[in-house]
Design a protein around this ligand. Structure first.
Ligand code: CP3
Length: 367
């Protein structure tokens, strides 16, 4: 990936224009985790391969990325590269495997700042260009296969969320280990968060070089923090990323792409996030659209979200009601809104119900 690849010009740039706050003729829509387990074709493409093996195979990863674009032709306004947030801890030298039906698992999580493992990781110079080369390749191959149909989103995990996984070793209910860190070894936690933030900037910049046209930072565990802890352990590192990525892109002679932050559960931080340099603030379904929209409009920010993904288990009437209410809340969809769900689509959703959700967004927001 020495030189920047040339790609077909975009035919649908609604997402990028909405992200920049421009008026759009229709609200763009996509959903988090749109390439995944609810799609039968995902299981077919994955076969018996391991999850991370699929991420490392550009042909498979690009095929899976394109599946929702092909199934929902004309209804969906973005692709998001098939990968995972946990590739950064892997690049840092930590082993992480995906257990079937259980999710990610780190056999040797970080235990304490006195451990050699913590010292080794802090001392290591991580080469995200080399270690995550397969992601950039998957992005470039996907951009080619997209042929300008819709923009391609690149992403990474936020430092706080990645630290949670690196310390907890997987998902958690009570976050005992990472809470021990922030309340006992706060300085060591912050050093690691800073290191991760720097890697995120370089990783996202290289995704843009490879062809990503917007980037999203997932802070999926933000809601485990109190407002005060969020200000100490999450926000500064989210800010570091949005303040440094544009500079890094200019150094690499790249266009500065729009940036989205999704801090799940951190409803109290909406105004703080609006004050950052992110273009788009992702919302989960704990937000009232009208209230959030009023705040975001003051700062000229675009919002993304936010239906409860659970509505897709419900009736068509419920989907319609949720879409209508959401559209009205987000100012009727003229400006400053990218439609999505409030979190990733869940397994067992019938893809036809997602299709109906997309159709309802189109019906309610076209002019
Ligand atoms: O379509 C897309 O959105 C792109 C692909 C994508 C995946 N993971 C694929 C995936 C994205 C953007 C992610 C991000 C991700 N990964 C997040 C942030 C988003 C969020 O949900 O909050 C997080 C927390 C992870 C970590 C992770 N990866 C978990 C907790 C799990 C297991 C639980 C689950 O929801 O599946 C994964 C596995 C994973 N990542 C799958 C997919 C399609 C399922 C793997 C499988 O069983 O086949």
């Amino acid at each position: 990936m020495a030189e920047q690849a040339q790609f077909t010009p975009l035919k649908n740039d609604l997402l990028l224009r909405a992200a920049r706050g421009e008026k759009v003729e229709r609200v763009p829509v996509w959903v988090m985790r749109q390439a995944g387990r609810y799609l039968p074709e995902y299981h077919e493409a994955k076969g018996s391969k391991d999850f991370f093996e699929c991420c490392r195979n550009a042909e498979v990863a690009s095929t899976i990325t394109l599946q929702p674009i092909e199934r929902f032709t004309g209804l969906i306004d973005a692709a998001i590269i098939f990968s995972d947030i946990l590739v950064i801890p892997q690049a840092m030298g930590m082993e992480c495997i995906m257990l079937d039906k259980k999710g990610p698992h780190f056999p040797n999580p970080l235990r304490s700042p006195d451990d050699q493992q913590y010292k080794d990781i802090m001392a290591r110079d991580v080469d995200v260009k080399k270690e995550l080369d397969y992601v950039y390749e998957a992005i470039t191959v996907t951009r080619r296969k997209l042929e300008g149909r819709v923009p391609l989103i690149g992403f990474c995990g936020a430092p706080w969320t990645l630290l949670c996984y690196m310390i907890e070793g997987g998902g958690s209910k009570i976050f005992k280990e990472v809470k021990t860190w922030i309340f006992k070894y706060g300085d060591a936690a912050k050093e690691m968060l800073q290191k991760i933030a720097e890697l995120c900037v370089e990783y996202l910049a290289l995704q843009v070089v490879a062809g990503a046209q917007l980037v999203q930072i997932f802070d999926s565990w933000a809601g485990e923090l109190s407002p005060s802890s969020f200000k100490q352990f999450a926000l500064p590192y989210l800010v570091y990323i949005c303040d440094n990525l544009p500079n890094r892109l200019r150094e690499l002679k790249q266009e500065v792409v729009p940036m989205t932050v999704f801090a799940k559960g951190a409803w109290y931080a909406l105004e703080d996030l609006c004050k950052t340099n992110y273009n788009v603030i992702g919302l989960d379904w704990l937000h009232d659209p009208a209230q959030a929209y009023e705040i975001a409009q003051k700062y000229g920010k675009t919002l993304q979200g936010n239906a409860d993904p659970g509505v897709l288990y419900g009736s068509r009437e419920s989907i319609t009601a949720v879409v209508e209410e959401m559209t009205a809340g987000f100012g009727g969809g003229k400006q400053g809104w990218i439609a999505n769900l409030g979190h990733g689509i869940t397994p067992f959703v019938n893809p036809d119900d997602l299709k109906f959700y997309f159709e309802e967004i189109h019906r309610c927001t076209s002019r």
